[in-house]
Design a protein around this ligand. Structure first.
Ligand code: DLZ
Length: 508
């Protein structure tokens, strides 16, 4: 007989390895293992999501006639690793072949490939662009720009395209419309909430008992754990979120963790939703006049642009990519990333909601917690591990290029054409945090000045040699040059003092 492995982020009935097997003759293995749950200290909510969704999926596979060997974390013989479980079950069942679908993470795929098991590999067809197709696209190109990749994906898929082959609305990108601050009194739609059932409640008890040393709350779990529930979450977004998603996708507001964001990335990344169906739904919503084009285009760009592009880069460049540190950063991750205890209001809010919900949206990740790590010169590996641990949707293939490349510029601009460094002014423009902050965003060098301001200039000064020739930074380097020498020294000194505080283990 043959055995199929279904991983915790492969919970789709159309998984390629399932299609290759026969429920009448073959068996499946699913295993909750300590190694996967602790190679970084995953947020307890993320472990609940994965174990509960795995248990629900195993039940549904059995209902469809599959023989599923499901190993719970507490099972007596659990060997604590996926390789160990595969060995154990191959032996027990006398399996001749083990069918697996490409892993999301290089780490696990490497461990499986080195394990000397009779593996039969299948492509992960849940992505629109295979690893091979991306490598072909990348070959011979001087620069890999997301925008070029995205245009190709639009043409290939026909999404938001006119019959004559031009992009809908005459442009590929409506980003200019998508940077509005949230008007006062405006609130996002009420979030869709999924009450834990008996299976999820049992998993919550297990996680509470076994992972109490991981950062983050376990209470309040309300995520979808089946494809049907994930579909409800998606429909909720189509009905109430998508129309305003474009306009306010970069906005941040106190007490509004989700705003008009879909919150579907975790369900999508573990296989409960299908990217093609999501894109078709958004395309239809625009064609039927239910949502404006800037919202539809902004959303589809995230899915067939960024998401597929970062996965392509990951598989093209791993494992070397993970070790890059272009800016030579040496500072450890400040303790307040794990506690949220900082007087910087935007950071406290973004980290606080992350610890509470395992969620922050892309601008909080890029321009608040990410921007601070960039400006403060945090070792890329440390901040990457933090993102991988704390977010419900984080898997290495998506988190590493986003954090190491886009946030930290540690790949020297391979993925993004410039570092996304910004002062407190950006955060002030896009949020209401600064009004409630104990620092003053309109000051730079004083004791009570927003730390982002001096750190921004300090970053530009200390990396002048590497960054000043970048045409996208020409304007900021010109304003640095035009700063009076005395002022520049004061800004540098304030930056030095802030970094010294971090080095002394003090929160800002
Ligand atoms: C993230 C995760 C966790 C927490 N636990 C498990 C597990 O116990 N069993 C499993 O099959 N998968 C788990 N996962 C997802 C894997 O880490 C993921 O499949 C790999 O990172 C490869 O993409």
């Amino acid at each position: 007989m043959r055995l199929g492995l279904v991983l915790g982020d492969q919970l789709s009935f159309d998984l390629a390895s399932l299609a290759a097997l026969d429920p009448a003759r073959d068996a499946l293995l699913m295993a909750e293992v300590q190694e996967e749950a602790s190679y970084v200290p995953h947020h307890p909510l993320k472990i609940v999501l994965i174990f509960s969704a795995m248990r629900h999926f195993a039940q549904q596979l059995r209902e469809r006639g599959w023989q599923v060997h499901y190993v719970e974390l507490d099972a007596r013989a659990n060997s604590a690793s996926l390789v160990g479980e595969l060995r154990r079950w191959q032996h027990a069942l006398g399996a001749t072949d083990i069918h697996v679908t490409e892993c999301g993470e290089w780490r696990l795929e490497q461990a499986l490939r080195e394990a000397q098991l009779p593996l039969v590999w299948h492509r992960d067809t849940r992505f629109l662009c295979s690893r091979e197709a991306f490598a072909r696209w990348a070959e011979g190109r001087k620069q890999l720009r997301m925008e070029h990749f995205y245009r190709g994906m639009r043409k290939r898929s026909g999404l938001l395209m006119e019959p004559d082959g031009t992009p809908a609305g005459g442009a590929w990108n409506f980003d200019g419309d998508n940077r509005k601050a949230l008007p006062k009194q405006m609130r996002g739609p009420f979030p869709a909430h999924f009450e834990p059932d008996e299976i999820t409640r049992a998993v919550i008890a297990l996680v509470r008992q076994r992972f109490s040393d991981h950062y983050g709350a376990v209470d309040g779990f309300d995520y979808p754990v089946t494809a049907a529930e994930a579909q409800q979450l998606w429909q909720h977004f189509l009905d109430f979120g998508l129309a305003a998603f474009g306009d306010y996708q970069d906005a941040m507001a106190e007490g509004e963790p989700y705003l008009f964001h879909a919150r579907i990335s975790a369900a999508l990344n573990i296989g409960l939703l299908d990217v093609r169906r999501l894109c078709d739904d958004v395309d239809s919503a625009w064609r039927e006049g239910r949502v404006p084009l800037n919202a539809a285009e902004g959303f589809i760009r995230q899915l067939i642009g960024w998401r597929e592009y970062v996965r392509g880069i990951y598989w093209l460049r791993m494992p070397d990519y993970a070790g890059l540190n272009y800016l030579g950063n040496q500072r450890g991750l400040p303790e307040f990333y794990w506690t949220g205890q900082t007087r910087m209001r935007c950071m406290a809010q973004a980290i606080g909601q992350t610890l509470q919900l395992g969620y922050a949206h892309h601008i909080q990740r890029l321009m608040v917690t990410g921007n601070f790590a960039l400006l403060a010169g945090i070792v890329p590996r440390e901040i990457c591990q933090w993102y991988l641990a704390v977010y419900m949707d984080a898997f290495d293939w998506v988190e590493l290029p986003n954090t190491l490349g886009m946030v930290m510029h540690a790949d020297g601009g391979y993925l993004g054409s410039k570092p996304y460094c910004a002062s407190g002014r950006y955060i002030q423009r896009m949020s209401d945090h600064c009004k409630a902050c104990s620092y003053r965003v309109d000051r730079v060098v004083e004791e009570d000045a927003c730390p982002f301001n001096a750190l921004y200039w300090h970053f530009l000064i200390r990396h002048r040699r590497l960054l000043s020739a970048n045409p996208r930074l020409a304007l900021v380097y010109r304003s640095l040059e035009s700063m009076a020498v005395g002022r520049r020294d004061a800004v540098w000194q304030r930056g030095e003092a802030l970094l010294a505080q971090l080095d002394a283990g003090q929160a800002l």
